[in-house]
Write a protein that binds this ligand. Structure first.
Ligand code: HEC
Length: 125
């Protein structure tokens, strides 16, 4: 009886431990996006813009400033950029240097974090 109780407790404890481990195993790009980008951006299906920034679903392969977002800066709208891994990496490293006049000011200095975010964005189609 006692042994069975003990075995059940161990199983419950193991399950409880497994949960946070699973949560941590999420996509590092998604985690970084949620922390650094989601306050302004959405990747919701349908393309509707977030309250203050363009929807980033499908951004890889899209021309800069070409979503249905209404409040693009003239600078980003006119920028001769198509978003791919290289152009996103450059933009995210230093947005206001890459596109002077852009209203996107969130730089990501860590190259690994940029890579993870871009890889995750590429899957949001
Ligand atoms: C404080 C709000 C804010 C945050 C945080 C933010 N952005 Fe932006 N982002 C903007 C705005 C506003 C624009 C539109 C800029 C313009 O029109 O010049 C933009 C534009 C962009 C664009 C160009 C979209 C297009 O349609 O051409 C990309 C790509 C982008 N952001 C990626 C990111 C990523 C990745 C993060 C997180 C690391 C991030 N942004 C964080 C506000 C934000």
């Amino acid at each position: 009886m006692f042994n069975r109780f003990l075995a059940a407790s161990v199983a419950v404890a193991a399950a409880a431990l497994a949960l946070p481990a699973a949560a941590q195993a999420g996509d590092p790009g998604e985690t970084a996006f949620n922390i650094r980008c989601k306050a302004c951006h959405t990747v919701a299906p349908g393309g509707a813009a977030g309250p203050v920034a363009p929807n980033l679903r499908g951004v890889v392969g899209r021309k800069a400033g070409a979503s249905s977002y209404k409040n693009y800066s003239p600078a980003l709208k006119a920028a001769p950029i198509t978003w791919n891994a290289a152009s996103l990496d450059k933009f995210l490293a230093a947005p206001t240097k890459t596109v002077p006049g852009t209203r996107m000011v969130m730089a990501v200095s860590d190259p690994n974090q940029r890579k993870a975010i871009i890889a995750w964005l590429a899957k949001q189609r």
